[in-house]
Design a binder for this molecule. Structure first.
Ligand SMILES: Cc1cc2nc3c(=O)[nH]c(=O)nc-3n(C[C@H](O)[C@H](O)[C@H](O)COP(=O)(O)OP(=O)(O)OC[C@H]3O[C@@H](n4cnc5c(N)ncnc54)[C@H](O)[C@@H]3O)c2cc1C
Length: 604
């Protein structure tokens, strides 16, 4: 099996090197070796194999991002003034399979207008649909043939759903006036706006569907792809070029996280191509260490310029997340609190083959935009102008996504006073087309130097992103209050409204009586919400756009000014998408493989 922790001495040169064995990288490798098994391919992955129990069982997803986990890379920003001076930590996948091995497995697809809005040849919704279908075996209802039925990634409800929680949330969304459907991910139904019962990257028998297990390992194990090689626990430092700026080789070293002794720098040559696939936060540093990037950044970092490309590492985007927990009348068998709050030993669940093991706690997928004009005008003239410009005429463009989870996801100490038998739910809200941008750049040629990273969250000059969050806060809270299982807000995790405010948090013994009226918020309340968001907004782990098509790569993913160098990961997205981003990363992998197969004439 071609899975190594040390490069075999015989392997000094291959046809194609893939720098990063993450979500997209595993797909590129698998599709290329299928197209031509004689092609020698080397994937170099910074992390370990993905054979950990926290990865195998969907329920334990949070364990992959707790501090100290080796399954994630923790990219840390400098203090960000607009976020109350906080240093934000953005985890990304750090094992084989990348984000797909550690993520929350929520299945959503980008909107038709996301693809079409880019205006990039080959990347429209209709042109990308074949790739979206190719990657999946969809176990939901497929009304109009827009889903795939024989791809590697199973999309299903998994082995458990918290049905009462799901039904109550969907009913309130529908009563409020948004559509609900069994499939909002087909690029067209209800313009993709509204809510649906969640599907996940989990097989019907409860296995996580990451791209390492679903694309790469079967080829490594089958014996039919002897020229596919995967080097684990090894970091790519940079790409080396010849005098014509054609790629020649990759420089790499063993990852000190896994190897005690100092490792020398090694190189491996690429005959045909190098594909960088190290993710939106991992790819720009590799390019910059290779001399590709903004001349100012490179000069500060003391790296010689090979190709000046100011777009590298610029324009960092993420979705920006706030999570609001609630007290509930749910029973222990309807939430994941037993695991999250340490009330049950995970080993017991495994021993009992508990159905919740194949669950990710998120039972509804929801993309919302305001129903009433007043909601827009209430957010002020600058927001109204932005809405009219960017949203009003694009009816499938949501303002945000709202994901209810049947668990208390914060520090257990915050709810210990309420006793060991209490159950919670939370509503996660994230903006999907934020206006703010950040950046990631190297600060030296060394792999080990911390990057200059800023998320830039909430830095847009007209405060439009914070307005979206204020709308999301009020909207999700009205939905929560109308669910019969709602029993009030978990106070430390909501804006600290004073007791005199009509918006102050409550803790109830029973559901809200009679007709529930919307809370009316004063300007002081809005200021308190804003401050709370600045103090709490965080990553949705949806990093993208740091090496955009049109700025760093062309539509065939070639890095401008070089030959034989491509990028295949979420750094290439020219704009944001109103979806969780795993689907897009897999689609980029499929698309990149299709382009390379065509260019190299493989499988003809
Ligand atoms: C905690 C978390 C939860 C998420 N939840 C969801 C969800 O529920 N649904 C959803 O759709 N999306 C979710 N996402 C987002 C989604 O998983 C990512 O957008 C997607 O996986 C990114 O794919 P990628 O190929 O661009 O990069 P990645 O999958 O991150 O791949 C990059 C790979 O490169 C490796 N690498 C980095 N630097 C180097 C180097 N120098 N040398 C060698 N290798 C390197 C990394 O270890 C990694 O394996 C989540 C992400 C995270 C982190």
């Amino acid at each position: 099996m071609g899975l190594y922790k040390e490069l075999p001495e015989s392997l000094t040169e291959v046809d194609i090197i893939i720098a990063g064995g993450g979500t997209a990288g595993c797909i590129v490798a698998a599709r290329l070796t299928d197209a031509d098994p004689s092609l020698s391919i080397l994937v170099i992955e910074r992390g370990s194999n993905n054979d950990l129990p926290t990865i195998a069982y969907p329920l334990f997803f949070m364990q992959n991002i707790v501090p100290g986990s080796k399954a994630s890379i923790f990219y840390q920003t400098a203090p960000e003034e607009q976020l109350d001076g906080r240093e934000i930590i953005v985890p990304a996948g750090g094992v084989l399979g990348g984000g797909s091995s550690i993520n929350l497995m929520m299945y959503t697809r980008a909107q038709r207008s996301d693809f079409d809005g880019w205006g990039v040849p080959g990347w429209s919704a209709d042109e990308m649909l074949p790739y979206l279908k190719k990657l999946e075996t969809y176990h939901g209802v497929d009304h109009n043939g827009t889903h795939g039925h024989d791809g590697p990634i199973n999309v299903s409800t998994g082995t458990f759903t918290s049905t009462r929680f799901q039904n109550e949330f969907l009913s309130v969304v529908e009563e409020t006036g948004w559509p609900t459907s069994d499939d909002l991910q087909n690029l067209d139904s209800s313009n993709g706006i509204g809510a649906q019962p969640a599907l996940r990257y989990v097989s019907p028998d409860g296995a996580r569907q990451d791209t390492a297990n679903r694309y790469l390992h079967p080829r490594l194990q089958s014996g039919t792809n002897p020229n596919l090689h995967v080097l684990l626990e090894t970091s790519v430092i940079r790409v080396l070029f010849d005098d014509n700026k054609r790629v020649r080789a990759v420089e790499f070293t063993r990852n000190p996280l896994y190897h005690d002794t100092h490792s020398p720098t090694q190189t491996v040559k690429a005959r045909k191509m190098i594909v960088i696939s190290s993710g939106a936060l991992g790819t720009p540093p590799i390019l910059e260490r290779s001399g590709i990037g903004s001349p100012e950044v490179l000069s500060r970092a003391k790296v010689e310029v090979v190709v000046p490309l100011p777009g590298v590492g610029a324009e960092y985007e993420d979705h920006q997340l706030c999570v609001y927990p609630y007290h509930s009348s749910l029973s222990p068998s309807e939430t994941a609190d037993s695991v999250a709050l340490g009330r049950v030993d995970p080993a017991t669940l495994i021993q009992n083959n508990d159905p919740t093991l194949g669950w990710n706690t998120m039972d509804v997928t929801c993309k919302l935009r305001p129903l009433a004009d007043k909601d827009i005008t209430d957010l002020g003239p600058a927001f109204e102008a932005a809405w009219n410009n960017d949203f009003a005429n694009t009816p499938d463009k949501p303002l945000g996504m709202i994901a209810p989870v049947a668990v208390f996801p914060n520090n257990p100490d915050l709810v210990s006073e309420f006793g060991p038998d209490k159950q919670y739910f939370s509503i996660s809200c994230f903006t999907v087309h934020p206006y703010s941008r950040g950046h990631i750049h190297i600060t030296s040629p060394e792999l080990t130097s911390p990057p200059d990273f800023k998320t830039g969250f909430l830095t847009d000059k007209n405060n439009l992103d914070i307005k979206m969050h204020i709308w999301l806060y009020k909207t999700q809270r009205e939905i929560a209050r109308r669910m019969p299982l709602y029993r009030g807000e978990v106070t430390p995790c909501h804006p600290p409204f004073p007791p005199s405010s009509k918006a102050s948090a409550v803790h109830l013994n029973q559901l809200l009586n009679g007709k529930v009226n919307n809370i009316s918020y004063t300007p002081q309340d809005d200021a308190i919400i804003e401050q709370h968001i600045r103090q709490n907004v965080s990553t949705t782990w949806h990093s993208l756009g740091t090496c955009k098509i049109g700025s760093v790569v062309d539509e065939n993913l070639n890095v401008y000014g070089t030959a034989g160098l491509k990028i295949a990961d979420l750094s290439v997205l020219p704009g944001n998408v109103a979806a969780n981003t795993n689907n897009m990363a897999m689609a980029v992998g499929e698309k990149a493989a299709g382009v390379i197969i065509g260019e190299l004439g493989l499988g003809l």
